[in-house]
Design a protein around this ligand. Structure first.
Ligand SMILES: Nc1ncnc2c1ncn2[C@@H]1O[C@H](COP(=O)(O)OP(=O)(O)OP(=O)(O)O)[C@@H](O)[C@H]1O
Length: 459
C-alpha cells in the first residue's frame, strides 16, 4: 500500500486489486478509502480468525479420524473373515452342486432303466389282461362247479352230524352194557421213604381181579387171602396214561350230554390226590379231563354242536356247604329244580362260564386256595379239648357221608327201588350224577402196607 503519490492500491478479500487515484487533499475521499480498506482488512481478519478456529479443532478431528480409522480397520478385518467364511460356503456349495450333478446323472440313468422296465411291464400287463379275459371265462365254469361242491359238502355235513348222533347213541349203549357204575382199584407203590414198612401180599390175578394176602404171622395161612373183583385193577406200576385211557370214555359221555361223576375213595395216604390231581409234570385225571374237554369241544363245534361249559366249586364240611369261588359267608341250600324232580341245584352258589382250559385251571387254583382257607376255619386256635372235639366231629361227619355214599352205590348196583340219596349232603348233591342214566367212575385207592390191611379189605 502506498499513499505518497496519492494513488491507493488495495486487494479485496477476493484478491482483486483495487486501484483508486485520490488527490492528497481530498481528505474525505482518503478517509472513505481508509474506511473501506479498514473494512476489507477487518473482513480478512475475521476470515483468518475463523480459519484459526478451524485449525484449533484439528486435534479433535484427528482423534475422530484416528478412531474412525481403527473402527474401519476392525470392519475391514471382520469383512476379511466374512469373506473367508463366504469363500468356504461357496466351496462347499460347489461340492454339493458337483455331487448333485453326479446323482442327477445316476438318477437319469435309473430313470432310463425304470422306463425300460415300465415298458416291459406294460407289455406283460397287456399279455396278462388277455390271459385274465380267458380265465374269467373259465371262472364262471368253476363257480358252477364250486356251487355244486358246496351243496355236496352241506349234504356230507348233515350226514356226518347224523352219524355223530348215531355214534353218541352207540357209545351210550356200550357204556350201558359196561355198566353205569364202574369201580377202578388202584394200588399205590411204597415210596422210597416207606421201604422199611412191611407190605401185604398182592396177587394181580387178571386185569379185573386182585388178591390181597394178610402177611400177619398170627393169621392162619389158609384164611389169609381175600379176592376182589373190579371193573379194572391198576397195580403199583400203572401210569396216569393207563388210567385215563379207561376213564376217558366217560368224558366222551359227558360231552354227549350225560351226567358223569368221577371220584376217588380210600384211606388217608392211599393215593386219591395223586390219582385225581397228579403233579405238574405228570397230570392226573382232573387235569387230563380239562384238556380233553376243551380239545373235544373245539372239534365238535366244527361238526355243528354247541357247547357251554359252566363251573361251580363247593366243599362240604361238617354237612355245611361252602362256595369255593366266593369265601364270603352265606346261606347255601340243595334245592330241587321245578321241571325235573331228579335234578337239583345249589342256591346262592357262584357259577362261571369258561371258554378255555387256562381259565378253568385258574378257577381250580382259586377253589383249591379257598378250600385250604375253609379247612383252617375248623382249626382255629383254642384249647386242646375243643380242638379234639372239632376233629372228632369232623371225622364223624366224614365217616357218615362216606358210609351213606357206600349205601347209595350199593343200592344202585343192586338196582333197589329206593336209593337213600337224601341221607347226607354228599349223596344228595351227587344224586343227578349217580342215578338215572348218568355214569359213575369210582377209584378205590389202596396203600400196599400190612398195617393198612384191615382198611383195604374193609373198602
Ligand atoms: N400211584 C402212585 N405212584 C407214586 N406215588 C404215589 C402214588 N399214589 C400216591 N403216591 C404218593 O403217596 C403219597 C400219598 O398220596 P396222596 O396224598 O395222593 O394220598 P391221599 O389219599 O390223597 O391222602 P389224604 O386222604 O390224606 O389226602 C403222596 O406222596 C403221593 O405222591
Amino acid at each position: 500500500m502506498s499513499s505518497a503519490t496519492g494513488t491507493s492500491r488495495f486487494t479485496t478479500g477476493a484478491g482483486k486489486p483495487i486501484n483508486k487515484h485520490i488527490p492528497p487533499y481530498d481528505f474525505k475521499a482518503r478517509y472513505n478509502d481508509l474506511l473501506e480498506k479498514h473494512k476489507i482488512l477487518k473482513e480478512k481478519y475475521e476470515q483468518k480468525c475463523e480459519q484459526m478456529g478451524n485449525l484449533e479443532n484439528l486435534p479433535e478431528q484427528l482423534e475422530e479420524t484416528q478412531s474412525h480409522l481403527v473402527s474401519t480397520t476392525e470392519e475391514l478385518k471382520n469383512t476379511k473373515i466374512d469373506k473367508k467364511c463366504l469363500q468356504r460356503q461357496i466351496n462347499s456349495q460347489q461340492q454339493k452342486i458337483e455331487s448333485l450333478a453326479d446323482s442327477l446323472t445316476k438318477t437319469t440313468e435309473e430313470l432310463q432303466k425304470l422306463k425300460q422296465t415300465y415298458n416291459k411291464l406294460k407289455q406283460e400287463h397287456g399279455e396278462l389282461s388277455v390271459e385274465l379275459l380267458e380265465l374269467s371265462d373259465s371262472s364262471a365254469d368253476l363257480d358252477d362247479k364250486n356251487f355244486k361242491l358246496m351243496e355236496d359238502i352241506t349234504a356230507y355235513k348233515e350226514q356226518l352230524f347224523r352219524s355223530d348222533v348215531e355214534r353218541k347213541e352207540l357209545h351210550n349203549s356200550v357204556m350201558d352194557l359196561r355198566g353205569n357204575i364202574r369201580v377202578f382199584c388202584r394200588v399205590r407203590p411204597a415210596l422210597d421213604v416207606e421201604q422199611d414198612k412191611s407190605l401185604c401180599g398182592w396177587n394181580y390175578v387178571d386185569e379185573n381181579t386182585v388178591e390181597i394176602i394178610n402177611n400177619d404171622p398170627l393169621v392162619k395161612a389158609k384164611n389169609n387171602g381175600h379176592i376182589f373183583s373190579f371193573y379194572q385193577v391198576f397195580h403199583p406200576c400203572s401210569k396216569h396214561e393207563d388210567i385215563f385211557e379207561l376213564a376217558s370214555p366217560l368224558i366222551q359221555s359227558a360231552l354227549d350230554g350225560y351226567n358223569v361223576c368221577i371220584f376217588a375213595y380210600g384211606q388217608t395216604g392211599s393215593g386219591k390226590t395223586f390219582t385225581m390231581d397228579g403233579t405238574t409234570r405228570n397230570l392226573g385225571v382232573i387235569a387230563r379231563t380239562v384238556d380233553l374237554l376243551f380239545d373235544s369241544t373245539k372239534a365238535y363245534r366244527n361238526l355243528g354242536w354247541q357247547y357251554e361249559i359252566k363251573v361251580q366249586f363247593l366243599e362240604i364240611y361238617n354237612e355245611l356247604l361252602y362256595d369255593l369261588l366266593d369265601n364270603e359267608p352265606k346261606e347255601m341250600e340243595i334245592r330241587m329244580t321245578t321241571n325235573n324232580k331228579n335234578d337239583i341245584y345249589v342256591s346262592n352258589i357262584t357259577q362261571e362260564t369258561v371258554d378255555n382250559a387256562d381259565r378253568l385251571r385258574q378257577l381250580m387254583k382259586v377253589a383249591r386256595m379257598n378250600r385250604a382257607t375253609a379247612a383252617t376255619v375248623g382249626n382255629e386256635p383254642g384249647s386242646r379239648s375243643p380242638k379234639t372235639s372239632v376233629r372228632m366231629n369232623e371225622t364223624k361227619n366224614i365217616n357218615r357221608s362216606l358210609s351213606e355214599l357206600t349205601n347209595v352205590i350199593l343200592a344202585l348196583l343192586q338196582k333197589q327201588d329206593h336209593i337213600p340219596y337224601r341221607n347226607s349232603k354228599l349223596t344228595h348233591l351227587l344224586m343227578p350224577s349217580l342215578g338215572g342214566n348218568s355214569k359213575t367212575l369210582m377209584f378205590i385207592n389202596v396203600a400196599p402196607f400190612q398195617d393198612c390191611f384191615n382198611e383195604s379189605v374193609g373198602n
